[in-house]
Design a protein around this ligand. Structure first.
Ligand SMILES: *[C@@H]1O[C@H](CO)[C@@H](O)[C@H](O)[C@H]1NC(C)=O
Length: 155
């Protein structure tokens, strides 16, 4: 429940301090999602360009997984009155950022913005912070996965 109240603060932070653009001329980053609806689900690919994209899918989604993006840089639209998005991490070897959707319901549209860096990309170059990590945290100049140190492969 605590994360429900944290979320607006996190979103506010994301909007007031957008990640520095890595290359303003570059095309928008592409975010890949898996929308889980109990034992089934669907995949969706969305350009992170700040526009709404319809999912065109009416399945009752209970978990949204951002496979290669920062889930809090995205917004989701539903047509039901009650919806709570609770931030969590998946249980994979390389944990992914997720929103648990409660109660499960169709997600009508998705909107993402900004850029993020993949695991093992440089997040600090020449002492300068260059961007947010998509699925992990910046340590020793690289984006590290959300895993225990013993699980991190030797580079
Ligand atoms: C979604 O994509 C993943 C990875 O490409 C694939 O393994 C899975 O079968 C897809 N799921 C559906 C429901 O299409």
């Amino acid at each position: 429940m605590k994360s429900l109240f944290l979320l607006p603060a996190l979103l506010g932070l994301a909007f007031s301090h957008p990640a520095p653009e890595l290359d303003p001329r570059a095309a928008p980053q592409i975010a890949h999602f898996f929308f889980q609806a109990a034992a089934t689900g669907y995949n969706l690919t969305v350009p992170a360009d700040g526009n709404w994209y319809p999912t065109n899918n009416g399945l009752n989604v209970n978990i949204i997984t951002a496979l290669d993006f920062t889930v809090i840089q995205c917004e989701f639209k539903t047509h039901q009155q009650q919806v709570a998005y609770v931030y969590q991490l998946s249980g994979d070897t390389f944990p992914k950022e997720q929103f648990a959707v409660g109660p499960p319901q169709p997600i009508d549209a998705v909107k993402c913005h900004g850029y993020c860096l993949q695991v093992y990309q440089d997040c600090v170059v020449n002492g300068q912070f260059v961007g947010t990590c998509c699925n992990g945290f910046c340590a020793a100049n690289k984006c590290r996965p959300y895993v225990y140190p013993q699980d991190i492969p030797v580079e």
